[in-house]
Design a protein around this ligand. Structure first.
Ligand SMILES: *Cc1c(COP(=O)(O)O)cnc(C)c1O
Length: 422
């Protein structure tokens, strides 16, 4: 029944392509480092999830923080996706990309009043409220605008998603959400306010989850809560199951969309709720690569370093989480294999893209592709070490477009002044 997986990065005559375009051809035009995204892969990932949930009312609210490029977001919005935002800036991007405000949910622990106001004025679907203080602010801002704010509480079920500690969000030691044990009281408070409408329950426990169990454990608790809240007179008709579905970086085998949908169905399927999904990584990670060029090589007795023009400011995951992402030569592999560290020019020992890899011999000028770079790649980039941010390119079939220009030197100092009077 299912279609063959979309082959976003085929190798033809030994040369890596994005869809039908040779990577080397794009890099020759844009320079390096550069991010390349496959439109077909973005659509295939979105559509696979949509197909798995097709049997029930649902909205896929793409977690824009994973990859906020307007062209990427627009590609998904045109497929019917809504957006999960965590700031006013992300709301702005989502709307600019053409998202339907009625399919936007707003998450995040620190929403300011001006951000709440912007979201109310846009007419978003729902706020995922992360504290009772925030609830009161939403009520008051909505009151000053003369509207009612649709809300869900993000509940923290104290479930260990068994992923990296920095991306575990559903433990009771985490800053996210309200403890599930305090939810009944919090919903009672919400019900007593005059400018919020309680709509649902939200739960997002972490990212890069490669087992279905933590999802199922959390959803079982959410289910009990929904039943309890309904008994207390709350009209709960939305369950936001968050994001977090893992992807294959190395050998991981994450749950398939069908397994994931079955877990949701199995735990909350009989509650007659609309399901909101907030996938980020699982939509964009494997739709993108990061392409960098070999500048130099040097060795000591213990190490062989391949120094490339891409760095931790461009692609932070390896440095921040010690993450593994596959790296391969863009051209045909040269003979001979050696153990290498692939490192960038930034003045930090943590600046590496890959460590202790067995890799074909490389030469100065070779292009390397870092796989699974479509999520939390460009989105986490910075100008550290005075480095302009990389270009981004979207490919569809045999066509490609630069969808974000490489930053210029002038971009690096935009907004800065030297005060002559101080
Ligand atoms: C980061 C985040 C997501 C997306 O997580 P992925 O692991 O990229 O799917 C969804 N919801 C919330 C609230 C988030 O913070």
């Amino acid at each position: 029944m299912s279609n063959p997986p979309f082959e976003a990065f085929p190798r033809r005559d030994g040369n890596l392509h994005v869809e039908d375009v040779p990577v080397a051809e794009i890099a020759a035009q844009t320079g390096t480092p550069v991010y390349l995204y496959s439109a077909g892969a973005l659509e295939a990932a979105h559509d696979a999830l949509a197909a798995a949930f097709a049997g029930r009312p649902h909205v896929i609210c793409y977690a824009i923080k994973a990859n906020m490029n307007l062209a990427v977001v627009s590609t998904l919005v045109k497929r019917g996706a809504g957006v999960d935002v965590t700031s006013r800036g992300e709301l702005f991007r989502a709307l600019r990309a053409g998202a339907d405000a009625s399919k936007i949910v707003y998450s995040g622990v620190g929403k300011r009043d001006d951000e709440i106001q912007a979201a109310l004025e846009a007419g978003i679907k729902m706020f995922n409220v992360e504290s009772r203080g925030e609830l009161r602010h939403i009520d008051s801002v909505a009151g000053s605008l003369g509207v009612r704010a649709p809300v869900a509480f993000r509940v923290n079920p104290d479930v260990d998603p068994k992923t990296h500690p920095y991306i575990s969000t559903g433990l009771k030691t985490s800053k996210f959400g309200i403890p599930i044990g305090e939810a009944v009281e919090a919903y009672a408070e919400a019900k007593a306010l005059s400018h919020v409408d309680v709509r649902g329950v939200d739960c997002h426990i972490g990212s890069q989850l490669v087992s279905i169990d933590p999802f199922a454990d959390a959803l079982a608790l959410v289910r009990n809560l929904v039943v309890e809240l309904r008994a207390a007179g709350h009209a709960i008709d939305v369950i936001d199951v968050g994001g977090g579905l893992g992807v294959t970086y190395a050998e991981e085998v994450p749950p398939s969309p069908a397994e994931y949908a079955a877990a949701v169905e199995g735990s909350v399927g009989d509650l007659d709720c609309e399901i909101v999904l907030e996938p980020g990584r699982s939509i964009t990670a494997n739709a993108g690569i990061f392409v960098t060029q070999v500048l130099y090589q040097k060795g000591t007795d213990d190490k062989h370093f391949v120094i490339v023009d891409g760095a931790m400011n461009d692609l932070l995951r390896p440095a921040l989480y010690g993450s593994y992402q596959r790296v391969e030569p863009v051209g045909p592999a040269r003979g001979g294999v050696q153990k290498i560290d692939i490192v960038g020019p930034v003045c930090e020992s943590g600046d590496f893209l890959a460590k202790d890899r067995s890799f074909p011999r490389v030469e100065e000028g070779d292009l390397l592709a870092v796989r699974s770079a479509g999520a939390y790649g460009f989105a986490m980039s910075s100008n550290y070490n005075g480095r302009p941010r990389a270009a981004e390119v979207l490919v569809r079939g045999d066509q490609y477009r630069v969808v974000r220009e490489r930053e210029s030197l002038e971009d690096l100092i935009r907004g800065e002044t030297i005060p002559e009077d101080l």
